[in-house]
Design a protein around this ligand. Structure first.
Ligand code: ZN
Length: 283
């Protein structure tokens, strides 16, 4: 079993990595590790997580009450406690603000689980939790359900929550999720984010099961990362690699409200007459 000293050292290291990648800015983000039945070692509020020091950490109980430490825990500690309550199998939580993941959530695009084999192998689907104002109880409530089943969840317009058996496991899920988001971004920019077929996904699930990897549930219901260029759901069902979506409906010509067709015709005629007289005027 790792000592508390070791856990502090590891969290300092993770803080540096997360900051170097640009997945937190200023005093954003918070990390925690379960070091006992009722003891959570966590990062303090108001401190830059890229420059953590050994004495910065706090220990809280499972109700969030401070047991030791001179600083104070984050207002988002409840979110961590929710993860531990929902997932007895995990011992570490990372909350960060990864750029591409947040950008996708702002754009209203759910990350596709059917674009990359590594996602099917590891994270399964990548759910986006409903928007909740940061630092409120609503954040904990928004992740209660998705975190039960998945190790990586995007918080709409806010960030990410990833969990793991240790802090490196939680970090790996964060790195993987943001990597997928970045690749998806580039694929969409190139103009063709093609989903894998259901046969390809099923084959990967079979390989995963054969290798004895735990894996997560893969569904295509909420995904729309590839829907700009193809219909992800129906492509899965039909087994087609790429299905162009029907042309988006063109907006109908709008008529200024309150202007009758007769009046509009009159105005058009008058303007046309005016233009004709202008072009006829000798210079
Ligand atoms: Zn946050």
């Amino acid at each position: 079993m790792k000592s508390e000293y070791q856990h502090r050292k590891e969290m300092i290291e993770i803080g540096k990595r997360v900051h170097q990648h640009g997945w937190i800015s200023a005093t954003d983000g918070n990390f925690s590790v379960k070091i006992g039945d009722d003891r959570i070692l966590t990062t303090p509020t108001g401190v830059h997580k890229g420059y953590l020091e050994m004495e910065d950490f706090i220990i809280v109980d499972m109700e969030g009450k401070k047991i030791s430490g001179t600083r104070n825990p984050s207002t988002e500690i409840d979110m961590h406690l929710t993860c531990y309550k929902q997932r007895p199998d995990i011992s570490a939580v990372i909350h960060a603000h990864p750029t591409f993941c947040i950008a996708f959530s702002v754009a209203g695009i759910q990350l596709a689980q059917c674009l990359l084999p590594e996602v099917v192998f590891t994270l399964g689907s990548i759910p986006t939790a409903d928007y909740a104002p940061p630092s409120t109880d609503q954040v904990s409530q928004s992740i209660e359900e998705p975190i039960k089943e998945y190790d990586a969840v995007i918080l709409e317009r806010h960030g990410s929550v990833t969990v793991g058996k240790d802090i490196f496991g939680a970090y790996n899920s964060l790195e993987r999720m943001e990597h997928v988001a970045e690749i998806t971004y580039h694929a969409r920019a190139l103009g063709n984010a093609r989903p894998m077929t259901s046969d390809q996904v099923n084959e990967l699930i079979k390989i995963r099961t054969g290798l004895g990897l735990p894996g997560k549930r893969v569904t295509c219901n909420d995904c729309n990362a590839c829907s700009k260029f193809s219909n992800c759901g129906s492509a899965q069902k039909s087994g087609a690699m790429f299905q162009p979506q029907s042309e988006p409906e063109k907006p109908k010509a709008s008529v200024t409200p309150g202007v009758s067709p007769e009046l509009l015709e009159l105005i058009t005629r008058e303007v046309a007459k005016e233009l004709a007289s202008l072009s006829a005027t000798p210079r």
